[in-house]
Design a protein around this ligand. Structure first.
Ligand SMILES: Cc1cc2nc3c(=O)[nH]c(=O)nc-3n(C[C@H](O)[C@H](O)[C@H](O)COP(=O)(O)O)c2cc1C
Length: 328
């Protein structure tokens, strides 16, 4: 099966993998609002090989979020391949994505994430072994390189393709840049010319014009949205409408709050109220961004301890209660 075949026809805007953000609940919402493809948070191949229960839980998928990739990180080709095979048998993802872009020191210390880009031979071995272990598309997510002096994304993309990668996702910033600076669209264009598999461009897309600009300047096949979707899963519809020249209606505050409610309710359902509410705070703050009195409501959101208090917060926001008369 080719990567293109698993993507719904006409869908070109994807959700990027984000640790601590793109759990099952968020992925389901993103798909409902027009994401053509979503990815799990990065999952440790080592933890899967130990059959760590929490990690296995993290890799479970529902039918409402397909097509969906499970992203694996690690530096050992055998462990990566065995974990991919195990995950295929337990949660049947549509794609296995290999993380070659994470800049976190904790991950890079063990040569995983973007550190792999310093070792092209190892990149080849990992992709090759994973590809042989599973009968679904295998993709890689790379950065521009380690730093500006070692911006080897074109070389790595070609190596990964020769090892069997079915698509290349490129976050066009170096590890040194982290999330700063502008994405190097020229680098994405170079990769697109250098490989025959689909190329997915990523970096700093916040709206329709940004996405159109990336498509136009790089000729990439798809784009991937990360941070701009946090608290704004509606962005997929918005960009889809822009790209297809269709009118878009921004959601009302009531609609936004309803989606936020569903998001937090389901996080509590799947993770338990204690953990669900704690992990949801980042999302709640992001949904609140841009509303009247956002700073005040954000402050309240930080103090929420249970689901009831969250419902009170929604009521406060919707009724425009005098912020000083709150119950939380
Ligand atoms: C909170 C957070 C967590 C992330 N976790 C991952 C991850 O698990 N795997 C990965 O490949 N990239 C991860 N990324 C990078 C994103 O997938 C994406 O490449 C990056 O945010 C650039 O896209 P953007 O400018 O649209 O946000 C993460 C980014 C953020 C902000």
């Amino acid at each position: 099966m080719q990567f293109r075949e698993i993507i719904p026809k006409g869908k070109k805007v994807f959700l990027a993998p984000m640790a601590g953000v793109t759990d099952r609940v968020f992925r389901e919402i993103a798909v409902r609002f027009g994401a053509g493809y979503v990815e799990s948070e990065m999952i440790s191949s080592k933890a899967i090989s130990y059959r760590d229960k929490k990690t296995i839980q993290l890799s479970s998928l529902s039918e409402e979020e397909r097509p969906c990739a499970i992203q694996l990180f690690g530096d050992n080709p055998q462990t990566m391949a065995e974990s991919a095979k195990f995950i295929l048998s337990t949660s049947s993802p549509d794609v296995i994505d290999i993380n070659m872009g994470c800049p976190a020191p904790k991950i890079n210390k063990s040569n995983a994430g973007v550190a792999l880009m310093k070792d092209p031979k190892l990149c080849f071995e990992i992709v090759n072994k994973v590809k042989k272990a599973v009968n679904i598309p295998v993709t890689v997510k790379i950065r521009k390189g380690w730093d500006s002096a070692n911006a080897n994304a074109v070389e790595i993309a070609k190596i990964c393709e020769s090892a069997g990668a079915d698509a290349i996702i490129i976050h066009a910033k170096t590890k040194e840049q982290m999330y700063k600076g502008k994405p190097d669209l020229e680098m994405i264009a170079k990769i697109k010319s250098a490989v025959n598999v689909p190329v997915i461009g990523n970096g700093d897309i916040k709206n329709g014009p940004d996405a159109a600009d990336m498509f136009e300047k790089t000729k990439c096949d798809y784009v991937m949205i990360g941070r701009a979707s946090i608290g704004n899963p509606f962005i997929f519809d918005e960009i889809n409408c822009y790209l297809s020249n269709t009118p878009y209606r921004y959601p009302s505050i009531e609609e936004k709050m309803e989606v936020m409610r569903e998001h937090v309710f389901n996080m509590c359902k799947y993770k338990g109220e204690y953990l669900g509410i704690r992990e949801a705070k980042r999302h709640i703050c992001a949904y609140i961004r841009g509303l009247n009195n956002a700073a005040f409501f954000r402050n309240l959101a930080c103090r929420i301890e249970n689901y009831n208090q969250f419902e009170i917060l929604i009521k406060e926001i919707l009724s425009h209660t005098n912020p000083l008369e709150t119950h939380i």
